[in-house]
Ligand binder design. Structure first.
Ligand SMILES: [Zn+2]
Length: 120
């Protein structure tokens, strides 16, 4: 079995906008683990090729728009900074925005800030 096949065996895959829960090992913080790495970060890399870096050269964080730490659906993940994560949580909790709106706004915000190394 190749590594991708083995990865997706641990995912409860559903519709494109649904959460895809990780059904393998979970770390102490509640995130999926696959071969000593965070499952949601691996899922992002599978979908986009790489995780970009911020203006200082640090690897970006991978945030969940859905707030579900076990979720590895690439449509629910975005590469962002810790500031970006606070913005996502604020929009979700206080403004009651829908998932798609948050993704659109967050992506526009990141582009404006000059985070230009996001994978396409
Ligand atoms: Zn999700």
């Amino acid at each position: 079995m190749d590594i991708l096949e083995s990865f997706w065996k641990h995912v409860d895959k559903r519709g494109p906008m649904d959460c895809w829960n990780w059904i393998g090992a979970i770390d102490k913080d509640g995130y999926g683990r696959f071969r000593q790495k965070s499952a949601h970060r691996i899922s992002y890399i599978i979908a986009h090729g790489s995780i970009g870096v911020d203006n200082y050269g640090y690897s970006l964080m991978i945030a969940h728009h859905c707030g579900n730490k076990k979720c590895v659906n690439p449509n629910h993940l975005c590469a962002t900074t810790s500031e970006g994560i606070s913005q996502i949580n604020m929009k979700k909790d206080y403004l009651g925005l829908k998932l798609k709106d948050i993704i659109d706004i967050t992506n526009q915000g990141l582009l404006k800030k000059g985070i230009n190394k996001l994978p396409k």
